[in-house]
Ligand binder design. Structure first.
Ligand SMILES: CSC[C@H]1O[C@H](OP(=O)(O)O)[C@H](O)[C@@H]1O
Length: 356
């Protein structure tokens, strides 16, 4: 069983420091939203679903030790903390959607009794904490459904009984509450004894593939091979790859998708080689408020993440570097479809299917 990115037991939250994997397995206690913000910003915890869950759980942990004079005061406190957490990383939408959901949840009580007795305020606070805690179980269940829907679609589309997958970045138990999204599809194929092989990209510069996905593949004894990002085209040209599946940080209304830098390159290569390209993501990663990918904010990170490798200077001082953390894959290149817990949808169908 792969390591847990998030540990939440008896109201205590800790996260696996993914900057230290695979050489060290260190869990960091998270006591409040400031800690939550810092570990998300530094990418000690990362992955669109995991970011949302850790951010919101850090609020739940902070709330436990606090009391509020009124429901208005509780709502104002939570709004301030959630907006701060949302500002930690701009591209993944999950934490934005989770914050909006929790604020709407709170406001449903506020309308009734903005002041409220001390007992009523405490009761609303505890209900909010329960609502946040449900995010953990919901995410794992969503990922298993994504995995099973994706496996069924690929088997039907290819007519094959054993599937070889190419994937990018880390989308497994280290990016979610468990099982994973694109790597969840790999796990479902393996569960059904229909995984021939999974090739996974190192995913420079953060190396989510060579450090994190490799960790999950080795731990779960999956038939996998690590490749350099630059080997992706040559592998596809070999004819070994039946499908390419990646995760997502934000899928917008027309199906355009933001994901780890290098995803667009894979989609273009897959299109050239006529290999189905899938995005695997829970509905919590879909943002119908944005009509197309041109309006998605792409996070740019410290160039030293490129010019340094685990503290080793790779490039001479003065090297100019551009380090976008994500890119946008246009819907027409997502030829396999968007795999969600509700089913696999053509990009053009997504909005209608999610609003039906
Ligand atoms: C299921 S994780 C989704 C997504 O998040 C990763 O980005 P990061 O490691 O920078 O948080 C990557 O884009 C994954 O595909």
């Amino acid at each position: 069983m792969a390591l847990e990115a998030i540990r939440y037991r008896e109201g205590q939250l800790s996260i696996l420091d993914q900057l230290l994997l695979p050489s060290q397995t260190i869990y960091i206690p998270i006591l409040n939203t400031q800690h939550g913000y810092e570990v998300i910003k530094s990418m000690q915890v990362r992955g669109a679903p995991a970011i949302a869950i850790v951010g919101c759980l850090s609020l739940a942990v902070e709330l436990k030790s606090l009391t509020f004079p009124s429901i208005d005061a509780l709502v104002d406190f939570c709004r301030t903390k959630l907006e701060y957490l949302v500002s930690s990383r701009p591209t993944a939408v999950n934490i934005r959607k989770a914050a909006d959901h929790l604020l709407a949840f709170l406001q449903s009580f506020q309308l009734g009794q903005p002041e409220g007795t001390a007992q009523a305020v405490e009761s609303v606070k505890l209900k909010l904490i329960e609502e946040i805690e449900k995010m953990l179980e919901n995410d794992v269940a969503d990922n298993v459904a994504i995995g099973d829907h994706g496996a069924a679609d690929i088997l039907a589309r290819t007519g094959k009984t054993r599937i070889t997958v190419l994937t990018h970045c880390n989308t497994g138990s280290l990016a979610t509450a468990g099982y994973g999204t694109a790597l969840g599809v790999v796990r479902s194929l393996q569960k059904q004894n229909q995984l021939e092989h999974v090739y996974f990209n190192e995913t420079r510069p953060y190396c989510q593939g060579s450090r994190l996905t490799a960790y999950e593949i080795v731990t779960d004894k999956l038939p996998g091979t690590l490749i350099c990002d630059s080997a992706s085209g040559w592998l596809m040209q070999s004819g070994k790859v039946d499908c390419v599946i990646t995760g997502a940080d934000r899928v917008v209304a027309n199906g355009d998708t933001a994901n780890k830098i290098g995803t667009y390159m894979l989609a273009v290569l897959a299109y050239h080689h006529n290999i189905p390209f899938y995005i695997a993501a829970p509905v919590t990663t879909c943002d119908l408020t944005i009509s197309s990918g041109k309006d998605i904010v792409i996070e740019e990170r410290d160039p030293r993440e490129v010019t340094n490798l685990q503290g080793q200077e790779l490039s001479p001082k003065g090297t100019v570097c551009w380090n976008p953390a994500f890119d946008i894959t246009p819907a027409h290149l997502i030829t396999g479809g968007i795999i969600t817990e509700r089913g696999v949808f053509k990009p053009s169908q997504l909005k209608a299917k999610l609003t039906a």
